[in-house]
Design a protein around this ligand. Sequence first.
Ligand code: ADP
Length: 208
Amino acid sequence: MRGLFITFEGLDGSGKTTQIGLLEKYLEGRGFEVISTIEPGGTPVGNKIRDILLDKNNTGMSYRAETLLFEASRAELVSRVISPALSEGKIVICDRFFDSTIAYQGIARGLGSGWITDLSLWATGGLQPDITFLLSLEVDKGEKRFKDNYKPKDRIESEKEQFKEKIYRGYLSLAEKFPGRITVIDGSRDIGTISSIIKEKVDGLLSR
Ligand code: ADP
């Protein structure tokens, strides 16, 4: 039996890490085997690529090189971690997947969402998430969470707010395009409420 592939999307600070932790615990409590991973990274090669992508010394990297590095990390993660786990019937939760590349590089950087979608599907060998939770949080609210937590920002998190606005709108346009796969959740709601919405949706998929 093929497992279940769940991805989380949203701007930094939108609550992905928090919700993934809660969902993982919940599913493990129900007796499922869960693999939780992150993009870019999640493999030895992917972690090296992650370091290049997030290194603040690499300002001015060309957008196309940036995109291909994300896709290379993703291809490695799918072939080494995600696909094998799904074949074994496990649940895979991924913090970001190709919707991030479509929103950030395709829409916000202006490389074209059609190209990036095709490239992403090529990189994953056609693999798509069964369900994607988009934690939608207005840019200023996400920024405030950063300020409250004093977490140092990496190269991409340091982008200007205008860029983040484009991502925010890009994500919402993706959700409109794929309403069956992407569930939009208001990220400003409280942690427990968001978690309940996610659990209910995942329970529904698991009982099919
Ligand atoms: P992300 O992984 O998307 O960057 P995090 O889960 O790390 O987001 O959350 C960023 C910060 O916001 C953390 O300090 C977290 O405790 C807090 N946070 C997460 N979800 C909520 C929420 N629904 N309401 C208020 N604060 C939240």
